[in-house]
Write a protein that binds this ligand. Structure first.
Ligand code: PGA
Length: 249
């Protein structure tokens, strides 16, 4: 039996400001009080260092990470830079980056490898579009993303998978418990087939319109090991109840 501690990670996307870092302290206090849950916030790059100093012990991370160590990559940020700023996590392959920056599975995998090599908790995002789901192709589409976006092996860091159906992100539409169970079970089977026993230890997060009022139901689904939260991670008032639901699950 593998006990996987829940992870609730907030993705601020291109939101937030120095002033908004005042949300971190109450989030950190609530996380400590709830207990038994890992909690992280991934603000924009410019806020990572100031967030670390005001984190109250929360894990702070980045929303992307370049695949190369350093060099002529204007506008990019490396894993080493994230670490130097105090970041301990990187999200890679978010669907917004796959769409807006045309990131392929191979590119996402290279980023994940680099982030892991630097010891970062590395969340690799996968998820199908509304068209894929309507066509009944969601399982093969996500299966392919899992196969091609994840590294074959890693020595450092922690690999985490986030299943985020694109149609559920920022829309208020949540996948049903049955849909989530179907996908997380399929991802778990892929992970075990590929990594053996390690595949049982990897955390699989659900993401897409996770809120205070649906979190408990989502966390009760088998093989849901936490959540990647966008909109509802921006304020302590909305994020704390999700942390508490994870703690009770
Ligand atoms: P959302 O975003 O919670 O605002 O739907 C989730 C995500 O994109 O990670």
């Amino acid at each position: 039996m593998h006990v996987r501690r829940k992870l609730v990670a907030g993705n601020w996307k291109m939101n937030g400001s120095l002033g908004q870092l005042s949300e971190l302290q109450p989030i950190a206090e609530a996380a400590k009080a709830a207990g038994g849950v890992d909690v992280a916030i991934c603000p924009p790059f410019t806020l990572i260092a100031p967030a670390v100093t005001r984190s109250g012990g929360l894990m702070i991370g980045a929303q992307d990470c370049h695949a190369e160590e350093s060099g002529a990559h204007t506008g990019a940020t490396s894993a080493a830079m994230i670490k130097e700023a105090g970041g301990r996590m990187a999200i890679v392959g978010h669907s917004e980056r796959r769409a807006e920056q045309q990131e392929s599975d191979a590119a996402v995998r290279a980023k994940a490898q680099r982030a892991l090599r630097h010891g970062l908790v590395t969340i690799v995002c996968v998820g199908e579009s509304a068209i894929d789901r309507a066509a009944g192709d969601h399982l093969p589409v996500v299966g392919r993303q899992v196969a091609e976006s994840l590294p074959d092996g890693w020595e450092d860091g922690e690999l985490v998978i986030a299943y985020e159906p694109i149609w559920a992100i920022g829309t208020g539409k949540v996948a049903t418990a049955a849909d989530i169970a179907e996908m997380h079970t399929a991802i778990r089977a892929d992970l075990v087939r590929r990594y053996g026993d390690t595949g049982m230890r990897l955390r699989i997060l659900y993401g897409g319109s996770v809120k205070a009022d649906n979190a408990a139901e989502i966390f009760a689904v088998a093989d849901v090991d936490g959540a990647l939260v966008g909109g509802a991670s921006l304020t302590a008032a909305q994020f704390v109840p999700i942390i508490e639901a994870a703690s009770k699950s």
